[in-house]
Each structure stands twice: as C-alpha cells, then as structure tokens.
Design a binder for this molecule. Structure first.
Ligand code: NOJ
Length: 533
C-alpha cells in the first residue's frame, strides 16, 4: 500500500500537498485594531498563492475568550468578532478557491472554553446531571485534593474545583491545559455526535480539510487512575500514559473519515499527533486520518545521524500503515528553527537548508507563516508576554507568534496594520523591516525566493514523474555528516550537517540553499536537490 489510500487507487492531491499555516492574529490586520483578522488575510491571499503552495491551514478564529489565543473555543461554528464575520469567512473561502488554494481549519476536540454554553450548563446543572457527563467532573479525594494526580500541560494541576468552598458541590473538572479549557468526555456518545455536527457544518460550507488539535488525547484511561509520574504531563502529554493514545480514540477518526469521505471532493483530516513515529502512524491507517504531522525533526537539533534514524523509522511506519509523513519544522507552538538551529547566521543557513530539505522529502509539508522569511524567535519583553503557558508554566510561545513584517519601513508595524493603528498585540522588533516580505522580494537570494523556486520545481518534477505523490525515501549518512534521502532512482536530497563541505553523489544539482564551493562541494549547513544521471 502507498499513501493512505487503498491499494490500487491513484495517489491523491493531499498526499504531497504543501500547506501554508496562517496564524490569523499575526498575519495581517485589515481593520486596524492591532490584531490580524480575516479581512487582512483576504487582501494577502495573492501573496500566499504566489508562493506556490496548495492550501492554507488557519488556526482558530472561532468565538473564544482568547485565553489560549483561540484554542479555548466557546462556539465551534462561528467567527469571533475580533477576526470578522461569517460573511467575511465565506468570502475568504471563495476567494481562496478561486486562487486554487484549499482551506484547512483547526478543530479543537479535546477541550472547549469554560464559556462554552454546554460547559456553563454543566456547571449550573450540578453533580450527577447529564450536562456534567459531557465533561470530566469528579469528586475530589477531599475538599482540597483533586480526583487524581494529573498535571496540566500548561503547568499546575489538571483539575479545578467547580464551586470552591461549596459543601454541596464538591466536584472538580479536568483540564489538560488551562482551567479555562475543560476537557470533553469522549466516553459519552453525545460528545461524538456533537463533533460530527461541527465537522459537517464546516465541510458543508466547502472547507477542504481539518487540522485536529491534540488528536491523540481525547480519551482518558477508564477510571481516571493516577499517573505513574506525578510530576508532569508537560512533555507533549507523553509522561502520563493515561491521557494519551488510548485505543478508543481510533474509532473517533474512523467515524470522521467516513464523514470526510462522504463529501465530494473528499475532505482531508490532518492530526496533531505528538507521539513517536510508530504510534503516530497508527492514526493514518487507511480508514482513519489522511495525515499526521511528523514533528520528529523538531526535537533533533542539527544532526545527520539522528535525522536519518528518524527518517528511516518514518519510512518503516509508512510502509506498515500506509501514510506518508507530513513534515513540519515549525508552527505557532515551536521555537523558530533559525533559533533552534543555533541562531545568528549559522542558524539562519541551517533553517533555510532545513526548509529546502523538508520540501524535497516524500510526503506532504507545512510551512509556518514567516518561515519563508527565515524569521528568528523573538525574545518578547516579559511584560508583553500573553501565552498562558508562560503565565502557568514559565514557557512562552509568544516569540514564534510575532506579527508578520510586510514592508521595509512603515511606522511601527511594518505593514502589518494600517498606518495610525494601535501597537500590534505583540511588539515587533526594530529590525523587523529588513526581514519583511518586501525585503525578501527585493533580494533574489532570499529565502522567500528559494521557497517559490523549490515549490515550482517540485511541481515540475511531479509532472515529469521524477517524483511521485506517494513515493518513499531511503535514508543514509555519508562521510562528514552528509544526510541523504533518495526518492526513486532519479532524485536525492542532501544536507551537509557536519562542519565540512561535502562531495555530493553524482548528478546535477538543480537547487541548493547556498552556492556550492568553487570545487563543487556542498558547504556546511546547506541542502541540495540532486537529479541523478
Ligand atoms: C496545540 C495548539 O497548537 C496549541 O497552541 C494549544 O495551546 C494546545 N494544542 C491546546 O489546544
């Protein structure tokens, strides 16, 4: 089997799609209030189309108190006035489709906002009610001790008292993230029915796909037992086996796949499944999600042997379970790769090379807004940080969420807002203009140009059938830390991850992230696409 299609079926467009992630509040501000919105995104759609990507994933813009920047949803089928109106969303969807861009939305099924009407009803209805059965409410071990020892991903315990101080209501509710994000109880069939309606609402509108937030965590172990490691579930929910990867969750995605497949054209599901490759791949069996993000490289640093080992593991998972990896080096939760790979000029070279690498690998790929500008992580001043993870757990994701710079110089916001608008919701650094879209467009050697060239070439190689939507990769490391991934017998990707320039295997270099040395070697911290003779 190849790709997560049944044997014998033609490869589908999504199997090697490149999707651009838009974080709406930081992309473009159309109404001049300092927060990005749908109107801003609409005006910038031609820019996204000009990159050559296949579609856009938009992080949440649904009504939300914005405690977790929209991942605390109070109405799954609406648009928060902060971002615009449903009419604007409809216009955006039509405009994107007219430009040949698919639209993926975020669905957040693990938890909602404490202001969601069903949670409010649950609080009001009291212990033992069917309303409370939609969530995880339970009596504490005593008035001050929650039902179990689970810790929240954002820091602190994963339980809060509903009515602190009440003698009649001694229940607590579960929240794997902040207290304003109560977890749904997926063991209650009414929750599954509710989310099927949510899926159908957006699919009926013509939305092409959904990215599923913390997709592996919906089911908690029956009886909510104590975690063996009481200290933390912070490491991507990994250390508490009771909140992650329960077998029952797969039935949810089988049901969602049936819903997605009932539309024409088929709708696509891509999961945030933060598990080891062999476990994550089980979510992309042929009757479950279409794709799951491969975050493995994010944790590896700049190390050829480690990348080859993980690449080989993902390839084995692809062969066993059928779905090609969906590569992502960045998103709104992760420190920007320029900074992760060491910062400064060297980090910038590596991030460019890393991006060219994932665009050359078999499978799909995601580009996070600003990655095409090689933006570094920003050290946001302490008093400007808004991430709940910072306030509860001391880790800030704000530095990867800075409003995008569009122009070299334009007042304080570098074209993000209209002139005269209030300061953006997160401060932009002074040097932001030199990293702007305009600056990149004016520089033929910029990362933006590298990305557009790579995506154009990727299409051509597909058309010539040198690359296939569902091909696999063979990984190895050559002397001096040269990482190689071969796709078929005509194409290979090489990344020089050691300290020395490297000889490339025979062939024509059709694209490289840095010029080759005068001797024709690939310099350190560079990637190349090679066509074999
Ligand atoms: C993953 C999202 O990407 C992140 O931003 C959010 O805080 C958590 N899930 C909780 O929804």
């Amino acid at each position: 089997m190849s790709g997560s299609t049944e044997e014998g079926q033609k490869p589908r467009w999504w199997q090697d799609a490149v999707i651009y992630q838009v974080y709406p509040r930081s992309f473009a501000d159309g109404d001049g209030d300092g927060v990005g919105d749908l109107a801003g995104l609409l005006t910038r759609l031609p820019y996204i189309a000009s990159l050559g990507v296949d579609g856009i994933w938009m992080t949440p813009f649904q009504p939300s108190p914005q405690v977790d920047q929209g991942y605390d949803v109070s109405d799954y089928c609406g648009v928060d006035p902060l971002f615009g109106t449903m009419a604007q969303f409809d216009e955006l969807l039509a405009a994107a489709h007219a430009l040949g861009l698919r639209i993926f939305l975020d669905v957040v099924p693990n938890h909602c906002s404490s202001e969601h009407l069903l949670f409010q009803a649950a609080v009001a209805a009291g212990p033992g009610s069917p309303e409370r059965a939609m969530f995880h409410f339970a009596k504490g071990r005593d008035a001050d001790t929650p039902p179990n020892n689970w810790q929240s991903v954002f820091g602190g315990r994963a339980w809060s008292r509903v009515n602190p101080g009440s003698d009649t209501d001694q229940e607590w509710y579960l929240h794997l993230f902040s207290p304003e994000q109560p977890d749904w109880n997926w063991r209650n069939p009414a929750v599954g029915d509710y989310f099927e309606d949510v899926l159908r609402f957006w699919f009926d509108k013509g939305v092409d796909g959904l990215r599923i937030d913390v997709a592996h965590a919906l089911f908690k172990a029956d009886g909510l037992p104590d975690a063996a490691n009481a200290d933390s579930v912070v490491d991507g929910l990994r250390s508490n086996l009771h909140v992650s990867d329960q077998e029952e969750v797969h039935e949810v995605y089988r049901r969602w796949r049936r819903v997605a497949d009932s539309y024409s054209p088929e709708r696509v599901l891509v999961g945030e499944v933060n598990l080891d490759p062999d476990r994550a791949a089980r979510y992309t069996r042929h009757d479950e999600m279409h794709q799951a993000f491969a975050f493995a490289f994010v944790k590896l640093g700049w190390n050829a042997a480690a990348w080859a080992a993980v690449g080989t593991e993902l390839e084995a998972a692809r062969r066993e379970h059928g779905a090609a990896p969906t590569w992502a080096l960045e998103n709104h939760d992760i420190v920007r790769s320029v900074t992760r790979f060491g910062g400064g000029e060297r980090g910038a070279m590596r991030a460019r090379a890393g991006l060219l690498a994932v665009l050359g690998l078999p499978g799909g790929a995601y580009i996070y807004q600003g990655q095409e500008l090689n933006l570094p992580e920003v050290d946001v001043p302490l008093d400007a940080r808004v991430d709940p993870m910072w306030h509860r757990g001391g880790v800030s994701r704000d530095g990867a969420r800075i409003p995008l710079p569009w122009t070299v110089d334009s007042g304080d916001t570098f074209g993000f807002s209209s002139p005269g608008a209030p300061a953006p919701w997160l401060p932009t650094p002074e040097a932001w203009g030199s990293r702007s879209v305009e600056a990149h467009l004016n520089d033929s050697g910029s990362t933006l140009h590298l990305v557009t060239t790579a995506l154009e070439l990727r299409k051509q190689l597909r058309e010539k059938e040198i690359l296939a939507a569902d091909d696999g990769g063979t990984w190895r490391v050559e002397n001096g830390g040269l990482l190689i991934c071969e796709r078929g017998d005509q194409f290979l990707l090489a990344v020089a991850m050691g300290d020395d320039a490297c000889h490339l295997p025979d062939g024509n270099v059709v694209l490289a992230s840095s010029p080759l040395t005068p001797e024709g070697l690939l310099p350190p911290d560079a990637a190349a696409w090679v066509l074999r003779n």
